[in-house]
Design a protein around this ligand. Structure first.
Ligand code: PLP
Length: 380
């Protein structure tokens, strides 16, 4: 008997039309950065977000965070507050600048930043006579964080807010897109994100001046059109035209992609509706709108014999991929000496959570197989 087709966690969805977009930049012979396609991609992102803020296309989301921290004025030995429940790229750029990450725990509903621990961390930093130089807030799995409360805290203490919206393109709070609440916002277009440029990201800046500074730094801070004069130590961070072309093709179907991800989330809600020990991670209330980039479930029954490791192995045998949520950053060997404020909520998600297949390319037949596997596991 043939092995059933593997159902992956999230494969990139690439439409046939992508080839036309790519052919255009090849025919223009402008596959590198600085060309018209990059600008077009930035404009269309801006239109999608319906914002006056500037969007700067870069070669990764990590690069966007690095530039955001730099523009926010983060210096060596500064404290930077950062969500511990995140992908390592949320924190690494803090270290690139020689600054010190201060990790903050999650709240128990969305598992994003808990405002109470943000406050605690700020107060502790102030006691050391070092006001945090920035705060990195993440909209994990595409579920918006309590951005209003966090923005207010940042405003009260005059701390620049950087939104890591890498996974949250299309997510909103009170109809305002994630990435537009902070002083800086960042997006990622890595392979598994809702749209992909192969590899890439974007920095969202409040004004043209900051966007120009970001562009300048992303192109090795070359200060003259002719010759090689550089007025700062810059980076090679601009997005090549080839990647922007793929991004443009993907943007045309972004609305449908969000719809599909939300339908998958709904599908999982229904699958687990009768299974008491499982909670599906969701928005806090109806003021929030999630793109549900990945659907994450959590095992809540402490005395159940069922657990994420066992369920993952069960799914794997049926050709269905799943993944554990990130190991909290303050528990990573590279960061375990850093300060941490919280109550092990992030740890709980890491130990009890599981991310389920959420690719836009999943078809009815895949969903049937997933549903059967869920029923088989939980009825046993
Ligand atoms: C993907 C991701 C990043 C990094 O983006 P890259 O484009 O891969 O550099 C940062 N933060 C979060 C939360 C992410 O998911």
């Amino acid at each position: 008997m043939d092995e059933p087709k593997k159902i992956a966690l999230a494969l990139p969805s690439i439409e046939a039309t992508a080839v036309d977009y790519l052919a255009e930049v090849v025919n223009q012979n402008w596959v590198t950065s600085g060309g018209p396609t990059g600008t077009k991609f930035e404009k269309q992102l801006q239109e999608f977000l319906q914002t006056e803020r500037e969007v700067v296309a870069l070669n990764s989301g990590t690069a966007a965070l690095h530039l955001a921290l730099k523009l926010a004025g983060v210096q060596r030995d500064d404290f930077v507050l950062c969500q511990t429940m995140s992908f390592v790229a949320s924190a690494n750029p803090i270290d690139y600048l020689g600054a010190i990450p201060v990790f903050i725990d999650s709240e128990k509903s969305t598992y994003n930043l808990a405002p109470e621990y943000v406050k605690e961390a700020i107060k502790w930093c102030l006691k050391q006579n070092k006001k945090p130089a920035a705060l990195v807030a993440v909209h994990s799995f595409g579920i918006p964080c309590q951005v209003k409360e966090i923005a207010r805290l940042c405003k009260d203490y005059e701390i620049p807010l950087i939104e890591d919206a890498a996974e949250a393109l299309g997510s909103k709070y009170k109809n305002q897109p994630c990435g537009l609440f902070g002083d800086y916002g960042m997006l990622s277009f890595n392979g598994n994100k809702i749209i992909t440029t192969g590899g890439g990201g974007a920095l969202i800046c409040k004004d043209t001046q900051e966007a120009e500074e970001a562009r300048h730094l992303s192109r090795q801070a070359k200060s003259t059109a002719i010759g090689f004069e550089h007025d700062a130590v810059g980076f090679n961070y601009a997005m090549p035209g080839l990647n922007a072309a793929l991004g443009l093709s993907q943007l045309q179907t972004l609305t449908e992609r969000i719809q599909k991800k939300r339908e998958l989330y709904q599908f999982y809600q229904e699958c687990f509706a009768e299974i008491e020990e499982i909670e599906v991670l969701s928005v806090q209330n109806e003021e929030y709108y999630a793109n549900y980039w990945l659907t994450v479930i959590r095992f809540t029954g402490s005395n159940s014999t069922k657990n994420p490791e066992q369920f993952q192995a069960f799914l794997a045998k049926k050709g269905i991929e799943s993944r554990f949520p990130w190991k909290p950053l303050h528990l990573q060997e590279i960061y375990d000496e850093q300060h941490y404020f919280g109550a092990q909520n992030a740890e709980t998600l890491w130990k009890t959570g599981l991310c389920l297949p959420s690719g836009c390319g999943l078809i009815k037949e895949d969903l049937n197989r997933i549903q059967q596997a869920i029923n088989a596991y939980f009825s046993a």
